[in-house]
Design a protein around this ligand. Sequence first.
Ligand code: BV8
Length: 228
Amino acid sequence: MREIENIVVLTGAGISAESGLATFRGQDGLWEGHRVEDVCTPRALARDPALVHAFYDARRAKLAEVEPNAAHYALARLDAQWPGGLLIVTQNVDDLHERAGAKRMLHMHGELKSALCAACGARRAWEEPMGDRPPCPSCEAKALRPDIVFFGEMPYEMERIDAALSRADLFVSIGTSGAVYPAAGFVQTARHYGAWALELNLEPSAGSYLFSETRTGPASKLVPEWVE
Ligand code: BV8
């Protein structure tokens, strides 16, 4: 392994599981509650906006009941102490990384606490339910939608992510099943550029074979151990 200067961390629903937020593909998975086609596609939003808003309104409301866990706080400490380059790329739409104090991070699949106007493109912090289709504060159109990247939509900040992956000496994937692209392909990109790839996950993921090293266990144990 070469000298570590630049680190990219990818997180998925598994890092927030011990905070009490459901993951997507476990037995209690969110997707089990709803077929992914039902709630996470532009067509679903056009066909049944009430269902899609109810799904995201419920998850936004749940955020008020949960706290970051030891894994989020460990990454925030890494962020504060690491003198080299660091980018935390989360697939999660919760705000637990921020609430734990992480700064050098981005949400590639959007955020529950943000609203996007499908008419004028305005984006703003949002805490309220969207189910009653409130008018956009900028253009008045009743076209607010969750600021979430649906299947078939382009994830956010892909150039910034690709640039960070091309410079990474270490790529760490935490709590993700490796089921969704392009995030599931980041390990291959990082390794193509010579990074060491470490997976920290409750169980081996679909992409475990692509990693230099896989450690299995709960994030609240593995992440602090790795950061320290
Ligand atoms: C795009 C929104 C193109 C937010 C989500 C065929 C091949 C390749 C790709 C495709 C294909 N067919 C279609 C595609 C593209 C598609 C895709 O990948 N489909 C999959 C299903 C095959 N991808 C897309 O559409 C993406 N966009 O490709 O755009 C494009 C190009 C140009 C122009 C326009 C478009 C968009 C993908 C984003 C979709 N949005 N969600 C939300 O609602 O939350 S995806 C959804 O899955 C979430 O974002 C979630 O983050 C993500 C991944 O899930 P995970 O985070 O991994 O969660 P999961 O439950 O699956 O796993 C949890 C893991 O944690 C498990 O491994 C578990 O063991 C572990 N765990 C549990 N507890 C713990 C733990 N680990 C540690 N500790 C614990 N305690």
